[in-house]
Design a protein around this ligand. Structure first.
Ligand SMILES: [Zn+2]
Ligand SMILES: [Zn+2]
Length: 227
């Protein structure tokens, strides 16, 4: 199934298909499985240098695939989402610029709260960060204890806003797929990369280029020979 792209604030007409990511609060508790295909993954990663370097189509069906498998339940003010996101995605190897397949096996733990509560939690985070920056130690901050719950909510969990009627699971998938891309992806641990001089892929070809060497070391070597 092709995942339905759904941006916040797009059409909410009664006849509009809410898409596979949207879950109604009145249907909770429930279990939801959402599959995303290559075109969805490609669209999501488009714009990341480590994806664009592959030079593939914006709807590349081989860009990846994933399955979100979660339980959802609610209390009076929140919706909790817990489960897994499994699959794979393909980005460029940071050494050879060939495809690097990344395995996704992520634990999902997210909380949806009202926009007001989310803003308050984020403000508490910023205040705590500012206090920490001013040299306040966690042990000595007894006065902060009453805010500890809010801090935890925003710092340690994935938190999202919802309108009280439905939650949108797409931002969870979006965030996990982007966060799973490492700073320097590798196609394999021992990728030999491209030759910095002639540019061949040293995993598949061999060249006779010599490393240019560092002129400072060359001078050092000459000194040693003289002594
Ligand atoms: Zn590589
Ligand atoms: Zn070379």
């Amino acid at each position: 199934m092709t995942a339905h792209r759904h941006s916040p604030g797009s059409h909410h007409g009664p006849a509009t298909d809410p898409g596979p990511f949207r879950v109604l609060v009145r249907e909770l508790p429930c279990h939801r499985t959402v599959r995303v295909d290559g075109a969805f993954v490609a669209g999501l990663l488009a714009g990341l240098p480590m994806r664009d370097a592959l030079g593939l189509a914006a709807d590349d069906p081989e860009a990846g695939a994933a399955e979100l498998d979660v339980d959802l339940y609610a209390d009076n003010a929140h919706v909790f989402v817990a489960g897994t996101l499994r699959g794979h995605e393909v980005v460029a190897c940071s050494r050879c610029v060939g495809p690097a397949r990344l395995t996704l096996d992520e634990t999902i733990s997210a909380t949806f709260m009202s926009p007001g509560e989310l803003a308050a939690a984020r403000a508490a985070d910023e205040a705590a960060a500012a206090a920490a920056g001013a040299g306040t130690t966690r042990d000595g901050a007894a006065a902060d204890d009453e805010d500890a719950g809010l801090e935890l909510a925003a710092e340690d969990l994935d938190v999202f806003a919802y309108d009280g009627e439905s939650v949108d699971l797409e931002p969870i998938v979006r965030e996990q797929l982007v966060l799973a891309v490492p700073y320097a992806p590798l196609c394999k641990e021992d990728c030999r990369g491209l030759c910095p001089q002639c540019g061949i892929d040293r995993n598949v070809e061999t060249c006779t280029c010599q490393p240019p060497g560092d002129p400072r070391f060359a001078a050092l070597g000459a000194l040693k020979l003289q002594s």
